[in-house]
Design a protein around this ligand. Structure first.
Ligand code: NAP
Ligand code: GCO
Length: 267
């Protein structure tokens, strides 16, 4: 048996939401390298154009569309357009997401709802739009980008943790409800990854020293480093390929060991 061929995505159409840059861009790039045709969306044309240029720079002829994952009608129309222009989606990565770091009692209900809408309702809306065609085609892969906050809380991220905890259970429910149609739904739980979303947590202090949170994460991670988006590529290809056809409802934490470690004793 050619074991490596089980990790091939040749002939597959992959949609990665919010993938103009960051984690989504890295995952889509890995899928392209594994043979998939790449489709991505982002919130405005400027970001989509930026993404198309970035994919072109690495030799990927991606298909980019403007679509807000929280807009059910726009998502339905977007998926119909993709199916007509590119093909039925075999692999969906619900990556688009935001975070608002505000102490809970200072957070408005509007801000809380905004995070839940994008980070939890969005994956529901996009998954609901792609599952019927996956069933008709005989199966598919859905990968939800969860978080350490699917398992842990911390100050100022109440909405994000609620959304990502919910996304973990949405992942398990899609796995439960659609597994019989050969659809596998799993999650990836990245640790702390160096992207624009975490840039504020890594900003150097005025005296050039590390941000306190930066030092905290280094001490909490056995690998003693922040993750890079490239650390997510292999796990994402595994969960999108036939190599994981009997993996369903699983959250694969790619965190350098944070969830397993009490943290380095302060010197
Ligand atoms: P990012 O750099 O902020 O990228 C997120 C992308 O999603 C951006 O392009 C963003 O557009 C887009 N987006 C936001 N709202 C959208 C909407 N309504 N519809 C469509 N696209 C939308 O984030 P990231 O660090 O790459 O994270 C990607 C995913 O991984 C997120 O779900 C995040 O929660 C999760 N995650 C990140 C980390 C980490 O350490 N970085 C760790 C664990 C999980 P804008 O530029 O307009 O916001
Ligand atoms: C934060 C960070 C985290 C990461 C990620 C960890 O403020 O704690 O943004 O939430 O983004 O989700 O897995």
């Amino acid at each position: 048996m050619d074991m490596l061929s089980k990790f091939s995505l040749e002939g597959k159409v992959a949609l990665v939401t919010g993938a103009s840059y960051g984690i989504g861009f890295a995952i889509a790039s890995a899928y392209a390298a594994a043979g998939a045709t790449i489709v991505f969306n982002d919130i405005n044309q400027e970001l989509v154009d930026k993404g198309l240029a970035s994919y072109k720079e690495i030799g990927v002829d991606a298909h980019g569309y403007v679509c807000d994952v929280t807009d059910e009608a726009a998502v339905a129309s977007f998926i119909k357009t993709v199916e007509k222009e590119v093909g039925v989606i075999d692999i969906l990565v619900n990556n688009a997401g935001i975070i608002k770091r505000i102490p809970m009692c200072e957070m408005s209900a509007e801000d809380f709802r905004k995070v839940i809408d994008i980070d939890l309702n969005g994956p529901f809306i996009v998954s609901k739009a792609v599952i019927p065609s996956m069933i008709k085609k005989g199966g598919g892969k859905i990968i939800n980008i969860c978080s350490m906050m699917s398992e842990l809380g911390r100050e100022t991220v109440s909405a994000y943790a609620a959304a990502k905890g919910g996304l973990k259970m949405l992942t398990r429910n899609i796995a439960s409800e659609y597994g019989e149609y050969n659809i596998q739904c799993n999650g990836i739980g990245p640790g702390y990854i160096a992207t624009p979303q975490t840039a504020p947590l890594r900003e150097r202090q005025a005296d050039g020293s590390r941000h306190p949170f930066d030092s905290f994460i280094i001490a909490k991670t056995p690998a003693a480093r922040w993750g890079e988006t490239s650390d997510l590529m292999g796990p994402a290809v595994f969960l999108a390929s036939e190599a994981s056809d009997f993996v369903n409802g699983h959250i694969l934490y790619v965190d350098g060991g944070i969830l397993a470690y009490i943290g380095k004793q302060p010197q």
